[in-house]
Design a binder for this molecule. Structure first.
Ligand code: AMP
Ligand code: MG
Length: 498
């Protein structure tokens, strides 16, 4: 049985989602675990959320983070949703292993969902056990926080708790609970849940709730629901451009894993690409490469068309008129995405002035990376440093097996940079701010997970997290956490972590 927490916290949750009609969720307390231990608390995020860190490092706080106790202000629920998984509609997914504890007001005045993931079975668990293996919890913490510090919208990670229990997968694995923070957990799949049931009343309720929470400015718009669609298109187009910019592959872009807020959600089989190649896939189950690195823009567009269908009845009662409005909004996607991507990639090359021939320089560089199987992150970082001196320039060239192509390209880029009419030092500062030195590479993350799980050692976790917090710095003495994997270290497959 879950207890009510005895000691008073300053959490003061509000519970606006649980004020929606009952079919939106199941009231559900987390299921207590045997022997919880706090492995990590995100101090900065606690501060941002006005959460008392000291409370959570004591026993009463641990009881909340493990789901063994419930705060007085909390009304725990698991949310209902559906979704298209790999293109196929599944009518009932929902939080099968998560409970929303409530919403917490942060320093910026906005409310954030605080959710426990891996907290036991719910009405939506189907055949699952409602639990998470600790390895996938650690992975989500590292990668989601890395994205945040790279400036990419994402759900965040507040805490890692080990449960002291085992979960049964192919083998018995230690269990964990992640405290996830999101500006909401409303997904395209949440809308699809009601759309499938032809429950227009609920779609309108959900749309009104979403607008109120994320796009309150829409009250002044001609068509609020079309505005909701267009804002989601903009947020998602920008998000995917950001992913592409840093070489991030989400890996499972199902519509239930696509938020309306534009935050990255669901860190299952995701990974950062090493060698540049648009067809890169890590996810073990993505056999056809549907969610490959270079397909992500197309896929988000597909997901957005699914979203638009759910809004069809409320955008306009008249189907023809509604379709016309929807098409006019969806048609904007290519331009929004392309200009977001271009803006970002131009920065990676240090281009602030728009000049003829820029596109060619960009595409040629990517082509050389592809042909010569060069690491994406290292190439851009070394390019950023290459103007410093001859040694740094040679350091860039050292990444390439065939030197003529890159040397020719470099002299073209160098000439182009002169047209910026800016001091070299300033250019380098600019470039380094957009090309990270550190990303959470698969093989490094795997090593950290092993250290935590097999050696009970959080030092390497902290060491990596320190770097990920400042990804644009140089770390000459931390090359083991930065350099791409050697052939025998490369991890080619990732898993859902369910
Ligand atoms: P995901 O692959 O994480 O997007 O999950 C897809 C669906 O499976 C969601 O409804 C999840 O809540 C559910 N799910 C994933 N893992 C488990 C688990 N261990 N127990 C119950 N449900 C799960
Ligand atoms: Mg999911």
């Amino acid at each position: 049985m879950t207890l009510e927490a005895k000691k008073k916290s300053n959490l003061n949750f509000v519970n606006t989602y649980s004020e929606l009609p009952k079919k939106f969720y199941e009231k559900k307390n987390p299921t207590p675990v045997k022997n919880p231990k706090l492995l990590k608390l995100n101090n900065n995020l606690c501060d941002f959320l006005n959460i008392d860190k000291n409370y959570f490092t004591k026993k009463s706080g641990l009881l909340l983070l493990s789901g063994n106790a419930i705060d007085k202000s909390s009304k725990p629920i698991s949310m209902a949703y559906a979704g298209h998984q790999f293109g196929h509609f599944v009518e009932q997914l929902g939080d099968g292993r998560a409970v929303l504890l409530g919403e917490k007001k942060a320093k910026n005045g906005k409310f954030f969902d605080i959710q426990l993931k891996g907290s036991g079975k719910t009405a939506f668990s189907r055949n699952g056990d409602g639990r998470s293996p600790l390895d996938s919890v650690i992975r989500e913490y590292l990668i989601s926080e890395a994205l945040h510090h790279l400036g990419i919208p994402t759900t965040r990670s507040l805490a890692i708790v080990s449960t002291g229990e085992f979960v049964e997968r192919e083998s018995m694995l230690p269990g964990g609970i992640l405290t996830r923070v999101a500006s909401s957990h409303i997904r395209i799949g949440t809308f699809e849940f009601f759309h499938y049931k032809k429950d227009m009343k609920s779609i309108k309720k959900l749309a009104d709730y979403t607008i109120n929470r994320h796009f309150p400015e829409s009250v002044n718009k001609k068509n609020q629901y079309q505005y909701l669609l267009e804002q989601t298109i903009i947020l998602q187009a920008n998000l995917i451009a950001e992913w592409i910019n840093v070489g991030f592959i989400h890996g499972v872009m199902n519509t239930d894993n696509t938020t309306i807020s534009g935050e990255t959600i669901d860190y299952g089989p995701c990974a950062f690409m090493n060698n540049y190649n648009p067809s890169t896939v890590y996810s073990y189950i993505d056999v056809n490469g549907r969610y490959a690195y270079g397909n992500q823009a197309q896929i988000i567009f597909w997901n957005l068309t699914k979203f638009s269908q759910t809004l069809s009845g409320i955008i306009d009662e008249n189907e023809k008129r509604s379709n016309k409005l929807i098409i006019s909004s969806l048609e904007k996607f290519p331009e929004i995405f392309n200009s977001a991507w271009k803006r970002k990639i131009r920065k990676k090359f240090g281009f602030t002035k728009l000049l003829n021939g820029d596109d060619k320089i960009i595409l040629e560089f990517l082509e050389i990376l592809l042909k010569q199987k060069v690491d994406y992150t290292s190439a851009f970082r070394k390019l950023s440093c290459s103007l410093e001196n001859e040694i740094k320039k040679q350091d860039l060239f050292s990444l390439f097996s065939e030197k003529v192509a890159i040397k020719n390209w470099f002299s073209g880029w160098n000439n182009r940079m002169k047209k910026e009419k800016e001091k070299v030092n300033k250019i380098m500062v600019f470039l380094k701010k957009t090309n990270p030195s550190v990303i959470p590479r698969n093989h490094v993350v795997e090593n950290v997970i092993n250290m935590v799980i097999n050696n009970d050692d959080m030092n390497s976790f902290e060491e990596l997290m320190d770097l990920l917090k400042n990804p644009y710095e140089d770390y000459d003495d931390k090359q083991h956490l930065i350099t791409p994997p050697k052939e025998n270290e490369d991890i080619k497959n990732t898993f859902c972590g369910t």
